[in-house]
Design a protein. Structure first.
Length: 133
């Protein structure tokens, strides 16, 4: 879409849709893609070199998506390889973890891992309030 987000409040949160997304993301691996982890580190170091404050936002996910993803890797393991990694941790100014902001509230999602317009509006207000503190 030309707006960069979907303007609808429909929800297609199903286990089969979550399975398709998880299978696509992990491609039968039980680990993070090493190239993605390396790319994350490069972005963090580039920000350091240009003195850019890094703010990381973990966007909301459905409980269905988290449950299925954790059959491959836990959120703690993801954070350990990226945010908490010794080369990155000191360079991250803030991390806002909203993964479980809407547990079981599927009306905020267009599918198991993406917010719809309503969910994006709530997340935006929540994040703005946190950044203004």
């Amino acid at each position: 879409p030309s707006t960069g987000y979907q303007i609808n409040n429909r929800s297609n949160v199903t286990e089969s849709e979550a399975d398709r997304t998880i299978n696509w993301l992990f491609k039968d691996r039980n680990t993070l893609d090493p190239e993605l982890v390396d790319s994350f580190g490069k972005i963090i170091r580039l920000c350091r070199d240009y003195r850019v404050k890094v703010v990381v936002v973990t966007t909301p996910l459905t409980d269905i998506f988290i449950k299925k993803a954790e059959q491959h890797i836990t959120l703690d393991a993801v954070y350990g390889a990226t945010l908490s990694h010794p080369e990155n941790a000191s360079l991250i100014w803030a991390h806002f973890n909203y993964a479980d902001l809407f547990p079981g509230s599927y009306e905020y999602f267009s599918d198991a891992s993406h917010l719809n317009h309503k969910g994006a509006a709530v997340l935006s207000r929540t994040l703005a309030a946190e950044l203004c503190k």
